[in-house]
Design a protein around this ligand. Structure first.
Ligand code: NDP
Ligand code: GDP
Length: 329
């Protein structure tokens, strides 16, 4: 089996590549050109799989590169994970976000339709599409109400996926994934920002942590659990859409308490709020109902929030200790 992953250098791309390699797949990844290509593969290197993934030069906004890549690889499965994925940046770069996160998915669907229509397709949709929630617990049937340019772009990509399935019979599935984190999460996202700061404070490298809205609540799971759900979706005879979530929601404040407590510190001594980190429109609370994924895919999360935060804090402590050793010669 051959898989093509866009966004292979991101958090989910790296864990998904690892999962597929373990299952015996040949894994190809689309990588956009960067002047720092030595560090772009860092997550794959961290997992020890950089040399086992074939990286192909391409960009989601360049349809010709996508068609050529799909032709060259001839994948059985295509996972479209690439995106401008940070909600806060989407207000600063709304058009780029629309081009990459929204139209980019349509480009990928076109490339598959033109060059490899029998490949199975996965679209990385997001719980951010529920935004201003219309139901207390969100499932596949909950109406969407996007609250950011990111969420608007994801909604376009989601409906394009549904539309290509219905119009052209593509085996295209959309995973509506709630927030998922790991030691490989980008440092700008709140869990990783917190675990990195906790490690730095513990090691005496930082004295306070500035955050935005700490009353926001998210349904946080672990990326390693969530990439398994992506794969399971493409193993079904029929393509479909699935919510993937833990069914537990936690505030940023409580998540911080867990992280600080892991190293024996009290968050109230270090956390300050700063309006710079507030957003023009907030998603106050998300809570997912993944009973369809449980029933049809046999999927369920295995890693608790506490275990995940502990793993992330430990990984950040190890990173900073290693850097300190290098600096001390
Ligand atoms: P990351 O931000 O870690 O990774 C995004 C990936 O997209 C990177 O590999 C990045 O490349 C790549 N990329 C960005 N722009 C382009 C482009 N123009 N052409 C080609 N590649 C590009 O995201 P995650 O791994 O966390 O998320 C994976 C997907 O799932 C994303 O689509 C995200 O929006 C979605 N999602 C994530 C959730 C989460 O909680 N993590 C929740 C729901 C959905 P580079 O390394 O060069 O920057
Ligand atoms: P998102 O759900 O995709 O936007 O993931 P984030 O991890 O970026 O944000 C999750 C929640 O944490 C949002 O409601 C943010 O407003 C809130 N939050 C509070 N302080 C911060 C902060 O300093 N950085 C980020 N990224 N989010 C914060």
């Amino acid at each position: 089996m051959r898989a093509l992953i866009t966004g292979v250098t991101g958090q989910d791309g790296a864990y998904l590549a690892q999962l597929l390699l373990d299952k015996g797949y040949e894994v190809f990844g689309l990588m956009r050109r960067s002047s720092s290509s030595d560090v772009v593969g860092e997550r794959l290197r961290w997992l020890g799989i950089l040399d086992r993934v074939t990286l192909i030069d391409g960009n989601l906004i360049d349809l010709s590169s996508l068609i050529r890549t799909v032709q060259e690889v001839g994948p059985d499965e295509v996972y479209n994970l690439a995106a401008q994925s940070f909600v806060k940046s989407s207000w600063n770069q709304p058009l780029l976000t629309g081009q990459v996160t929204g139209l980019g998915a349509a480009n990928m669907l076109e490339a598959v339709r033109i060059a490899r229509p029998r490949a199975r397709f996965y679209q990385a949709s997001s719980s951010e599409m529920f935004g201003l929630i219309q139901e207390q617990v969100q499932s596949e049937t909950t109406p969407f109400y996007p609250r950011s340019p990111y969420a608007v772009a994801k909604l376009y990509a989601h409906w394009s996926t549904v539309n290509y399935r219905e119009s052209f019979g593509l085996h295209a599935s959309s995973g509506i994934l709630f927030n998922h984190e790991s030691p490989l999460r980008g440092i700008e996202f709140v869990t990783r920002k917190v675990t990195d700061a906790v490690a730095r404070i513990r090691l005496g490298l930082q004295s306070e942590l500035l955050l935005g809205n700490i009353d926001a609540k998210r349904d946080w799971g672990h990326a390693r659990d969530y990439v398994r759900a992506m794969w399971l979706m493409l193993q079904q005879d029929q393509p479909d859409d699935y919510v993937v979530a833990t069914g537990r929601t936690t505030s940023v404040r409580e998540m911080c308490e867990i992280a600080f407590a892991h190293v024996g510190l009290n968050m109230a001594d270090f956390v300050r709020t700063d309006p710079r980190y507030l957003r023009p429109a907030e998603v106050d609370v998300l809570l997912g109902d993944a009973s369809k994924a449980r029933r049809v895919l046999g999927w369920q999360p295995e890693i608790s929030l506490e275990a995940m935060i502990a793993e992330m804090v430990e990984a950040d402590l190890a990173r900073h200790r290693a850097q300190l050793l290098v600096r001390q010669g």
